[in-house]
Design a binder for this molecule. Structure first.
Ligand code: SF4
Length: 97
C-alpha cells in the first residue's frame, strides 16, 4: 500500500508516515476479512487529510480489495458493507426459472 500511496503524495503533502493507515498497529485493519475491523479502518480514514484523493485513486486503479479513502473496495467498486464469512448453505438454492 505504501508504494501506491506515494504515487500521489508530493513533498508538500502530508508525509506518508503520518497517515492513519501507515500506523503499524492499524495497517492490518485495512485489509481484514472481518467487517468490524473494516469499519475501524473506515473510521481511521475519516481523520485522514487525503481521504478524497485516496478514494479517487483507488477507483482509478480499480483496487481489488481493502479500505481506501474511507470506503470498502471489492473488485474495483465501492461496497457498503463486507459480509463476514458464514456457514455454507444447508440446502441448495432453487433456480428461479
Ligand atoms: S484515506 Fe485511509 S487508506 Fe487513504 S491514505 Fe488516508 S488513512 Fe490511508
Amino acid at each position: 500500500m505504501t508504494s501506491l500511496l506515494t504515487t500521489f503524495l508530493t513533498p508538500a503533502d502530508t508525509s506518508a508516515t503520518e497517515l492513519p493507515c501507515h500506523d503499524t498497529e492499524a495497517a492490518e485493519l485495512f485489509f481484514s476479512e472481518r467487517p468490524a475491523e473494516l469499519e475501524e479502518a473506515k473510521a481511521l480514514c475519516a481523520q485522514c487529510p487525503l481521504l478524497a484523493e485516496c478514494r479517487q485513486g483507488a477507483l482509478d486503479r480499480a483496487e481489488p480489495w481493502g479500505v481506501w479513502g474511507g470506503a470498502i473496495f471489492d473488485s474495483g467498486r465501492i461496497i457498503a458493507v463486507k459480509r463476514g464469512r458464514g456457514r455454507p448453505r444447508k440446502n441448495p438454492v432453487q433456480d428461479a426459472a
